[in-house]
Design a protein around this ligand. Structure first.
Ligand code: PNS
Length: 159
């Protein structure tokens, strides 16, 4: 079985993430979207909330599973028998750090990284930017799924 992992913070998932996840789901048998548990950084959404939202917006793809991990991504890959990481590259500025991580992950565990070029419609997207725009009342429709937009507005209203 050709199984790959799409790792990230997904706080929250954007249409840019979904573009990569859906394209990976057409190329591989199973795509595991895994959310980093980062105890040093508090997100807008809890890891469980992010997982729940990811589950909702990826359920249309029959072969996408959602999970969480902490520690090294390569350890998660080893434990779950996943030989390949799929990442989106938005711009040249992403490349330097992504290349470094890909080389380290290969050095540590022989895990390969496959890069996909982001759809230009979403190449400027980042979860942090989405949160900032939504916080000040900007329109993020078309950049995140409707469900995520609703959750964002609701969460930002509370804070
Ligand atoms: O969505 P993000 O925050 O850009 O995702 C970054 C992520 C989670 C993919 C990256 O930080 C990661 O893989 N973290 C796990 C820790 C790890 O394995 N570090 C060594 C990388 S070489």
């Amino acid at each position: 079985m050709r199984r790959v992992v799409c790792p990230g913070s997904f706080d929250p998932v954007t249409n840019g993430h979904l573009d990569i996840i859906s394209r990976a789901s057409r190329l591989y048998d199973e795509v595991v979207v895994t959310v980093l548990i980062n105890k040093t950084k508090q997100g807008l959404f809890t890891v469980d909330e992010r997982i729940e939202m990811l589950g909702e917006v990826t359920k249309v793809y029959g072969n996408v599973k959602v999970d969480k991990f902490h520690g090294l991504l390569v350890d998660y890959c080893r434990q779950n028998d996943i030989p390949v990481i799929v990442k989106g590259l938005r711009a040249v500025s992403d490349y330097e750090y992504e290349l470094q991580m890909a080389q380290m992950n290969h050095r540590l565990a022989g895990v390969e990284t496959m890069f996909m070029s982001t759809n230009p419609l979403y190449s400027f997207l980042a979860s942090s930017l989405i949160k900032e725009v939504a916080k000040y009342g900007g329109d993020v429709s078309g950049l995140v799924p409707e469900l995520i937009q609703e959750r964002l507005i609701e969460r930002l209203r509370q804070s």
